[in-house]
Write a protein that binds this ligand. Sequence first.
Ligand code: SF4
Length: 466
Amino acid sequence: MRLQVLDNEIRYECHSCAACCRQPWLEHVEDDKLGPVRGFNWGAKYPQLAGHDPILMAEVNGQQLPMLAKKDNGECLFLDSDNLCVIHKELGYEAKPEACRRFPFFSAPMPDADHISAHFACPSVQEGSGPSIQEQRDDILRTVPMSSPTRDTFTEVALLVGHLIPLEAAHALVDRWAGLFDPDQPGDLWARFARAIHVALQAVQTEPASLRAALAEDGFGTVQNVPPFARIDSLVDAPLPCRLLLALNLWNDYYPPQHSGARRPSWTTRMGLIGKVMHVLRMSGTYASRYLPGNVVLHRLSAPGFREATPPEDVTRLLCRWVRAAFRQRTFRRDRISMVAGLHQQIVDANCVHFYARAVADQAGREHPQPGDYHRALSIVGFGITSQVRAYQNVFRRRAMSLLESMDIGWSSLSMFCPVPLADASNRAGGAWPAEACPGASGSSRTVGARVPHSDWPGPDGPDLA
Ligand code: SF4
């Protein structure tokens, strides 16, 4: 029987901040909810809605679907001046679209169960106060539907493309990864990600049939082909594939807001988009941000003050909680990407959080990001940036997906925002660092600016296990 497993670490109580009603997503309106929303005379009671069509049609995967209409500033049309929803006020909770009722909870379908957790875009989830998810179990299970995976996803999961591992081993691997991000343990975020890649490399160099036992006993052999870590002094020094993945993840931010998924951009708009992508790739110049009030000045984000800023411990704890909550959603996506690609995607998202924390601080004239800048950045990434796999698939097709599948590029992605050589970061993590994963620990390779070689490392086709 299929199960729904609740994430025990989530605590949440809505503050009615309405951040979720101001985000750029379009909310699909189910067929049985269309009639009441269309039939109510909104303009008679709410002058701000007069003359507006309550529903807009948007293309999703080639299908035209009804969505709640938006105001010109991108807020939901039904958000009232008291931060409450007028559909809820007038027609009741049950009349709201499923996505509105469900937020901030989401379901990550695994092959044998659904893992239910919450979006860290929501400030209340970030804060971690209020009743636990267990205490809200009945309400949550009423609004989060059970998924229906296909039969062939039940027994094996792709660790890399073409490299399947048994489901039990996949669970053990995700448990190991999640354990590395225990917020109660000290340690730098980037050192934890590096350790997670190291564990992934151990896993791909182990026979799938013995992987679960190896994980349980920590019985891995010596790991081969661990690349050296190179700190990058400037974001423009990051390898091109890493900058390309960042640029793709930021796609929504420089995509013109008036298009918001509903209309296909014109030829001239598309030409403008190419220019913005080039700016992000070169990490120079500016682009007009949809999520920040003004331009993002890219070259300033490599300033020494930002580069050397180590996030406060509370921020690292917050980001660790975020990574743990997203792990199963990211790594059990056999239908779309492998587990390693999911881990890499989480690293790219973490880069985006640091990118925005710097951008927010820069706009405020601060030399270092403050904790509030990271909270804001996490909301921006959660609401607008995260889960760009569809953009990768639709826009850049296989090329971008193969970048995500590559562990060497994942490793290089760590260097973009890590403020110190990973050896130093791992020393702060309590010394539990495999020396071969972090050559700088021996003091030998503080190779500022050097490039990571991308040669002898398992790429998207998986390692040679012979
Ligand atoms: S963002 Fe979170 S706290 Fe704010 S209104 Fe939405 S659910 Fe409530």
